[in-house]
Write a protein that binds this ligand. Structure first.
Ligand code: GRF
Length: 216
């Protein structure tokens, strides 16, 4: 069977992209990374993609008069590359319905918080501010409401008494690198089923939809 053509959208360092590159390099992987798209020309993730021989496109949001016009251009590029799954891995843009409706239930996002807590920007800072003792990351299908689509997998970590936003961010990032590739594999492998009111994953043996990273 042909592999599912997957695009990763980034804005920065791309450490999650790297975790995906490493996982997709497995010959048994049901997907292939066909495109990395960045809205920032200097995103280090572009270098990671080039090293892995993945085509890249930079499309700056600057110069577009509306979010919708920008999103329409992104959709055009993704369709041109025959993309089937879209992974948002640190893409710092809010998507409009034009984008979301072009890939219905075919977009997954990584968010650095245990949703539905701490939606929006800077999940780790919100967690520190709230004084929670467990934090983490979530991968979900993208729906029109921001950070509110059905959850696919969550990864939790301790919040330590001496944590700063930066130290917690690093620990959360480590769990992101475990859960995002898993969700992308399930997506490409046709394991995500949508029902009325929810989503279920036909889990491969040994996989779970929750991880606690106790070692850090
Ligand atoms: C991650 O924390 C992700 O959850 C958030 O942006 C960060 C991207 O990190 N949306 P990287 O570019 O993958 O290193």
């Amino acid at each position: 069977m042909s592999k599912r053509r997957t695009a990763v959208l980034i804005s920065g360092n791309g450490s999650n992209l790297q975790a995906l590159i490493d996982d997709f390099s497995d010959a048994e992987h049901p997907g292939t990374l066909s495109l990395v798209l960045s809205n920032r020309a200097h995103a280090f993730g572009l270098t990671r993609a080039t090293r892995a021989n993945i085509p890249t496109v930079v499309t700056s949001h600057k110069g577009y008069t509306s979010r919708e016009d920008y999103d329409a251009e992104l959709v055009r590029i993704l369709k041109e590359h025959q993309i089937e799954w879209v992974v948002l891995a640190g893409f710092m843009r809010i998507l409009t319905p034009i984008f979301i409706e072009a890939f219905p239930n075919r977009i997954i996002n990584i968010h650095p918080a245990l949703l539905p807590s701490f939606r929006g920007l800077n999940g780790p800072a919100q967690a520190i501010e709230a004084g929670v003792k467990i934090a983490g990351a979530s991968v979900h299908l993208v729906s029109p409401e921001m950070d509110a689509g059905p959850l696919l997998i969550q990864g939790a970590v301790h919040v330590r008494a001496d944590d700063t936003v930066d130290s917690l961010k690093k620990r959360i990032l480590a769990v992101e690198h475990l859960i995002l590739p898993k969700a992308a594999r399930w997506a490409c492998g046709g394991r995500i089923a949508l029902h009325e009111g929810g989503v279920s994953v036909n889990l491969p043996p040994g996989d779970t939809q929750s991880i606690f990273l106790n070692s850090l």
